[in-house]
Design a protein around this ligand. Structure first.
Ligand code: C5P
Length: 206
């Protein structure tokens, strides 16, 4: 059983994906980490994020041990990832990787932007997790505050809006809701309620 979870930045899809993977005992891949790792490889090598040939080479050279680097988690790397992820050569290089992961066990949970639309179009369950931009910015703002990285709320909101626009407007695999996806709007749901809604979809399928 493949569970495909897509949605914009800070929608709660990562937290939900982890909980579903633990609950159904499935391996989990946060596909955003792949794009973040490509961006980090370029920055570490002193290369330009817009260098398409270098970005494609970095994507082809990616291996699982790159995904544990703590530097991948910061918001700067999310922004850098959204630049390299618009390049079709990068997406193509990462596609096989993701499909192999999805097909390697009895099932898997993958979360990202194009899992239900491109990576796993035949997934048994497709969820699209979203929330208003203001609520996502409030969550991200709280999280950064908690980590001792205070940033103005307005700056967080404009970051989120810029990332949304970049992910939705690109021509290669733009963020959109798959026709057969169930939308879970978490604007007014906490993590437990979102989890209950998602297991309701998974357990009730067919
Ligand atoms: O989900 P996360 O914030 O880690 O993703 C970072 C960036 O990577 C996103 O803004 C998006 O541009 C890109 N991404 C993507 N396709 C995916 C996962 C992430 O384009 N499946």
């Amino acid at each position: 059983m493949v569970i495909a979870i897509d949605g914009p930045a800070a929608s709660g899809k990562g937290t939900l994906a982890k909980r579903l993977a633990a609950h159904y005992r499935l391996p989990h891949l946060d596909t955003g980490l792949l794009y973040r790792a490509v961006a980090l490889a370029l920055l570490d090598a002193g290369l330009d994020l817009a260098d398409r040939a270098a970005a494609a080479a970095a994507a082809r050279a990616l291996s699982p041990e790159f995904l544990g680097d703590a530097r991948l988690r910061g918001s700067a790397m999310g922004e850098a990832a959204s630049i390299v992820s618009a390049q079709p050569e990068v997406r193509a290089a990462l596609l096989d990787w993701q499909r192999r992961f999805a097909g390697s066990a009895a099932g898997a949970v993958l979360d990202g932007r194009d899992i239900g639309t491109v990576v796993c179009p035949d997934a048994a369950v497709k969820l699209f997790v979203t929330a208003s931009a203001e609520e996502r910015a409030r969550r991200r703002h709280r999280e950064l505050d908690g980590r001792g990285e205070p940033v103005a709320y307005e700056a967080v909101l404009s970051d989120i809006l810029r990332r949304d626009a970049r992910d939705a407007d690109r021509s290669a695999a733009p963020l959109r809701v798959a026709e057969d996806a169930v939308v879970i709007d978490t604007t007014e749901l906490d993590a437990d309620a979102a989890f209950r809604a998602a297991t309701g979809v998974v357990d009730g399928r067919g």
